[in-house]
Design a protein around this ligand. Sequence first.
Ligand code: SF4
Ligand code: SF4
Length: 368
Amino acid sequence: MNLRRWPLLRQFYDLRFLIFYVTSQCNGRCRSCFFWQGLNSGRALELEQIEKLAATTPRIRTLLIGGGEPSLRAELPQIVSIFRRHNHIHDVSIPTNGLLPGRIEALAREILTLNPGLAVSFNVSVDGLATTHDKIRDVPGNFPRAIETIRRLVALRREQPRLSVVMNSVICAENLGELVSLAEFAWAELELDGHFFELIRGSPKELAVAGIEPKLLAEVYGRLIGIQERYVLRAASGQGVIRRTIRRILGVGRLLWQYRTQYRRYAYGRLWAVPCLAGKTIAVVEPDGTLKACELRGAVQNLADTGWDMGAAWYGPEMGEEVHRIAADECDCTHVCFVQSSRDHSLFATFLQVPWLWLRYARGLAWL
Ligand code: SF4
Ligand code: SF4
């Protein structure tokens, strides 16, 4: 029986967060990349196929662009507009390796112009200071280009406050000892809206970069959170004391929850405190139209088989079976997007665990 189709139960299977790969092409060569086997296949959905897919996709709140390097898809602004028009997306996040500063700035400008009212976030990947970053990314000169991209986007944000510019850093064995220096550099030198850290995921191109020492990771988390708290406080400054306090508790507490969940899974193999919502509120569409519940699991089906009818696939029996498999599998995973999204849909995590962790942190008690 496919419960996903029952009108009363459909609300529990509302897609809210879609990860949509706009291209498989990439000008990076990251040794930490989990999608390396799927890169540069030349595959990408045509605008017409995307239009059909979006027209049949349930309303979604957040669109996360994936790839490949999204800036290599010239039609990126039109793709975002398609989802804005059909699915009323509230925000779009666009990760980028920052290798093409001028092109990325132009794309950001066009996305903002074409989509009034849409919150747009560019997430520039920086995994270390210059030498480390270029070594992990295997592209000489990547670091200065990524920093130039950030500076251009920050300048654009002065004209377009709907734009957020954040730095994403993937934690791996080769940068663990340098992340605090990177975070201090970013805070002091760049006017970012935030700096976020995620554990290396999946099966990277070079397995050696994944071997993180748990003790050192705990220490680094403890120092990073203090730097991240500065962004939360800065964003909340100028607000009344009650709003400032709530933002602080939620902003810092949610990060504490994320680190604790990832750390406990990574270091001790403990399950997340809430169920993963892959296939329930989150879906992934890869460059060839493959639909997945999450990036780290296998294909559910190819959307070409439904004539690009995403609604039929999303509420269909195949996705229902995948959700059952996920519940039974207890997969070993720390994927940040799914950890965060599953946390934010849990009342238990949001209203009990997050404030409790913040209280422990604020009182100097152990929270990991
Ligand atoms: S991590 Fe991103 S930039 Fe790096 S190779 Fe993979 S897709 Fe390209
Ligand atoms: S726990 Fe991780 S691997 Fe498993 S379904 Fe969720 S995101 Fe995917």
